[in-house]
Design a binder for this molecule. Structure first.
Ligand SMILES: Cc1cc2nc3c(=O)[nH]c(=O)nc-3n(C[C@H](O)[C@H](O)[C@H](O)COP(=O)(O)OP(=O)(O)OC[C@H]3O[C@@H](n4cnc5c(N)ncnc54)[C@H](O)[C@@H]3O)c2cc1C
Length: 633
């Protein structure tokens, strides 16, 4: 790999080398190594912001390297010089995202404080996909989510509501910033989440792909019935059909209970087929305009996903999801939950009292996370590479866990284990999995996503156009949305067009027509191979193209960009994932039904739905299985 290989040449070379079939023999690790030779990790990571999360934007370079070493069999045989820590825990939890942290808390509560627990996580800070970025913009500290963003209001006596309450979230309806501006600037309604809110203050952008140079914005596209949009009459008719259908024929499509005939039929077709049939629209319209936004919560376009994904999250029965009163979000997204759980587990680990405000703002005391004085410890920058029962899983008393930290391997022992890191690593590191469990894991495909947080000094350019968010159909990402922040942690109690804010660009990598698995491989290769400065340039150019007509100047208005690259962001369930194919047990069901020896599986991806509530529910089930069926002493 010579230094002068450009990204495009390298990638194309890789594709050619494998006969055009994705990456073939070229692994993401090799791409990273080539990148490291020519650039170095800093050029890949880019700016990380300020504060406790500054070295942990997305999956870090070290996490990627360690992950791909596992995948490429570097630890299939253990190195001889393992450091024996001499530690034995009642429970070791692999993965310090919401699921792993919840598992540790539930274990502590149910098993009692004299039982010991160790959480291993590979990142420099806990939270997994629920982490935050912090910027300092003109003296104001801004926070934004790196991945997991919003939560809906749960039923008040539900398990999730009780869990929230038990970590300090007694009232899940948060207070939000109120409007402030010059009297000549009338209030613009703002969303609480970064997800696109279609409505009168939203817009569609049409650029070169639609023959528009310079591009044009259509404000309130559906209110205007797409009049003025440079689209074919067919595309307009179909988009309007989709937008205006509301719940009209939802009865025919909405499952009553998971697993009923409607669910199974949905799971036998793709989300694309569902959209085409339900709304009477063409594949072309789905692919050109609805993908990957419809299905975006599952990482890929509608062509690759099970039709059941249209309803799967609703089966969690939120009490209220409407943006008017339902959708809620901490300023840093669901990172707020990770912090609340850690504060409850280890009160010294986050400075200040146990209030929403203090836990949101307090500094992390990293030493307190892994203290020998505590029954529960959280060990960061530690990648589990080997998890195996001592002897026959059905009879053994212990599980061995080997993890690497600063490239050195360490061993701990556990009486029980919760694997909460996700299918993408669990399948490789649990060395003695039974064949049926391996087969089940082979049906879990995870797809990449890059969340670019763009701190802007103000969003007057959007306000001037009469929008607080907009969508486009070419270039990087698909939409941005200004949001008002929860006052528990916001930089200011009010927001207006001159307030600094963070716009989040979600970049998905979908290649309609390819298999779900291949789309994931190809997307990862693409996301991994682009240096920070190239993405930064693309974002600046794209924003300039779309917004300069309204006075936006990239050099003046963008205060900072952080890229959060998630190599295995989303579980992308293909048809058959939820209820099984040809009468066989669904893969998630098989892994959730019972512990495997002394190991139980958690993480939200087991359910096929990426949602922090499932992270918690799965943690509860996994710990329950260990306590009910495994731990005897
Ligand atoms: C872009 C994006 C947006 C999202 N938005 C929302 C949203 O709005 N609302 C919502 O509810 N959910 C959302 N989600 C879903 C999100 O996955 C869950 O909310 C939740 O954060 C998942 O927690 P988890 O613990 O199950 O998994 P993770 O957060 O993935 O945690 C697993 C942790 O284990 C680590 N790990 C893995 N293998 C190992 C190993 N071998 N050794 C050590 N550590 C390991 C991982 O690196 C990670 O830190 C979003 C996800 C993404 C990617």
């Amino acid at each position: 790999m010579s230094d002068d290989i450009t990204r495009r040449d390298f990638l194309n070379g890789a594709l050619v080398a494998s006969g055009g079939v994705l990456l073939g023999p070229i692994s993401p690790l090799q791409i990273l190594q080539a990148r490291a030779q020519s650039l170095g990790p800093d050029d890949w990571t880019g700016y990380g912001g300020i504060g406790d999360y500054r070295n942990s934007n997305g999956n870090t370079w070290e996490v990627l390297l360690a992950g791909h070493q596992i995948r490429d069999h570097a630890f299939d045989r253990l190195p001889p010089e393992i450091v024996e820590t001499g530690e034995t825990y009642d429970c070791v939890v692999v993965g310090g995202g919401i699921s792993g942290l919840a598992a540790a808390l539930i274990f502590q509560r149910l098993a009692g404080k004299n039982k010991t627990c160790l959480v291993l996580d590979n990142h420099p800070i806990f939270g997994g996909e629920a982490k935050r970025n912090e910027f300092l913009v003109d003296g104001q500290k801004l926070v934004a989510h790196q991945g997991s963003a919003f939560y809906p209001i749960p039923y008040p006596h539900s398990f999730i509501a009780r869990f929230y309450e038990s970590i300090g979230l007694e009232n899940p309806r948060l207070e939000y910033q109120t409007w402030t501006s010059h009297p000549s600037d009338p209030e613009m309604p703002l969303s609480r989440t970064p997800y696109l809110a279609n409505g009168p203050t939203s817009g569609f952008y049409f650029g070169a792909k639609f023959g528009q140079q310079p591009g044009i914005w259509l404000v309130d596209p559906f209110g205007k019935k797409l009049e003025g949009a440079p689209l074919s009459p067919q595309a307009k008719t179909e988009l309007l059909k989709w937008a205006q259908a509301g719940d009209s024929n939802d009865d025919k499509w909405r499952p009553r209970i998971p697993g009923d005939a409607i669910s199974r039929r949905l799971d036998s077709i793709t989300l694309e087929q569902y959209l085409m049939e339900k709304y009477g629209i063409s594949r072309e319209t789905v692919r050109n305009f609805l993908s990957p936004v419809e299905g975006g919560g599952y990482g890929l376009g509608a062509d690759a996903l099970s039709g059941y994904t249209a309803y799967a999250a609703d089966m969690l029965h939120p009490l209220d999801i409407s943006d008017e009163s339902g959708a809620q979000m901490f300023p840093d997204g669901n990172s707020g939950f990770a912090r609340l759980i850690v504060k409850t587990l280890l009160p010294q680990a986050i400075a200040g009292p146990n209030t929403l405000e203090a836990v949101g703002r307090g500094a992390v005391n990293f030493e307190a996370l892994d203290s020998s004085r505590e029954a529960t410890r959280i060990r960061l920058q530690s990648t589990a590479v080997w998890v195996k029962h001592e002897g026959d899983p059905a009879k053994s008393d212990f599980v061995d866990i080997v993890y690497t930290r600063s490239a050195k391997p360490y061993r701990v022992k556990a009486r029980s284990v919760v694997m909460a890191g996700g299918s993408w690593t669990t399948r490789h590191i649990v060395r003695d999995l039974a064949p049926e469990q391996r087969a089940a894991f082979s049906e879990f495909y995870r797809s990449p996503c890059m969340m670019a947080n763009i701190a802007v000094r103000n969003w007057r350019f959007l306000y001037k156009m009469g929008i607080s968010g907009g969508q486009w159909f070419e270039g990087l990402g698909n939409y941005v949305q200004v949001r008002k922040l929860g006052t528990c942690g916001a930089n200011a109690p009010t927001i207006g067009p001159d307030s600094p804010t963070v716009l989040t660009l979600k970049v998905l990598y979908s290649y309609p027509g390819m298999s779900t698995e291949d789309q994931g491989h190809r997307g990862r290769a693409e996301m991994i191979s682009v240096p920070f400065r190239d993405y930064e340039r693309q974002i600046r150019e794209q924003f300039s193209e779309m917004f300069s007509g309204a006075g936006f100047l990239a050099g003046r208005d963008i205060a900072g960009i952080i890229l959060n690259r998630w190599g295995h962001a989303y579980l992308s369930p293909a048809p058959g994932f939820f209820f099984g194919k040809e009468g066989k047990t669904a893969p998630g069901e098989l892994l959730r039904a019972a512990p495997f020896g002394r190991i139980a599986f958690a993480n939200t991806d087991l359910t096929g739905v990426m949602d922090h509530r499932y992270s918690i529910l799965e943690a509860n089930r996994a710990v329950g299985q260990l306590l009910d069926q495994v731990l005897t002493g």
